[in-house]
Design a protein around this ligand. Structure first.
Ligand SMILES: [Zn+2]
Length: 103
């Protein structure tokens, strides 16, 4: 997975192409991520304790990780990820364009 929970990503393909949002859930096993306000689906829900009236709710559905690209918070461009080792030996992700540290 080239992105992880909390990352700002841009959708590169599909119905929500062009939208940006943060990853709210990653599902590495399926190579899928859930991005806020992206791929919204309507769900019919029975009344429950949390939602006594039931009804229709909109909810994000997972999209494939290959359809999103990370957005660099420094240069604001969609970017591929490079890795760099800090002097401390810690591995961090950096932007291929501007070199900013993304972790
Ligand atoms: Zn950058």
């Amino acid at each position: 997975m080239h992105v992880r929970k909390g990352d700002l990503v841009k959708v590169m393909a599909g119905r929500d192409k062009g939208k940006e949002g943060h990853i709210i859930l990653s599902i590495p096993k399926e190579n899928r991520v859930v991005v806020e306000k992206v791929n919204l689906v309507k769900r019919h829900q029975r009344p429950s304790a949390a939602n006594p009236d039931g009804g229709i709710i909109t909810k994000e559905a997972p999209i494939h990780v290959s359809n999103v690209m990370k957005v660099c918070t420094s240069c604001k461009r969609t970017t591929r990820i490079a890795h760099k080792f800090l002097d401390s030996g810690k591995k961090v992700r950096t932007c291929k364009h501007c070199g900013a540290t993304l972790d």
